[in-house]
Design a protein. Sequence first.
Length: 346
Amino acid sequence: MIRVAQVAPNIFPTPPEHHGGTERVIHDLGTALRSLGVEVTLFAPSDSATHLPRIGSYPSLAALEHRYGRVAPGVPAALDALQLEALRQRLGDFDIVHCHGEFAHAALLGDRRRHSLTTIHWRVDELDRALFFEGFPDLPVAAISAAQGAGIPAANRAGVVHHGIARDRYDASLAPGEHLAFVGRMTDQKRPDTAIRVARAAGLPIRLGGTIDVGNPGYFHREVRPLLAGDAVYLGPVDDAEKGALLQGAAALLFPIDWPEPFGLVMIEAMACGTPVIAWNRGSVPEIVEDGVTGFIVASEDEAVAALARIGAIDRAGVRRRFEERFTAERMARDYLALYRRLLSA
């Protein structure tokens, strides 16, 4: 039996309550790996409500902020150091250490790097990653899309594993609803303002769910709030049940990203609900959305409006079927298990 440590970030609990796609993926991965006979130990904050064996004595950053309000800027680094110390004390207990955080774990692992895997859940085309990769050319890194992987040096590339989610988290709705959906952070990377304009141009109401980005709260108040009205309703943060209801009742999900999205978990959450996706042609989108099958890939607001006029041609049962074939947690776990075995045999 392979013994694997899954090392989650310390920003949110694992799994998350609302926002936190990375933590959701890590929990689904750990659960699916256990079903495949892998011995999984989760390193995650103490406020994590998980059935997985867990190590971690300190709460998440989100819990500390809820308790104290604004915290000192060094708190995230302190939480990471405390988590890595707990990992250091137990390194000998694991065959593979799979890290989903930022940078310091690479130094801690030392000669164990060859039997580790790092999944980066963010963009890799900026200076911090360039410095990281240059300093740790022997660190195996799994990309979450080929688009992201193109920015990872060849020496680090261990493979590409698309995200997956629990097969039974969402049920498909085969009858299209009358509204459109947007789910994501209220930020200029995700462009909820664009989604509202497209919906309004198409003459369709839209419901928007997601957190206001703590790093850019002015964007929501400046660009999104003035557009809200009876036909464009902001629901606030949505949990799994609320997200499922929002997506199941939607004619389509609008995904008008304005950055090189490394994956985009909400696209496969919509597909699990049988809901087609209209997504802008950036980052991983062409790998996730099959144009004309699970939605439409567009390059402008006008193209999105035109795609909405054709959305009835998409078979919602077929959308759910493609989710089951491509984006379940079981498939993700099998792909990662193959990478673990390859690293152990190298």
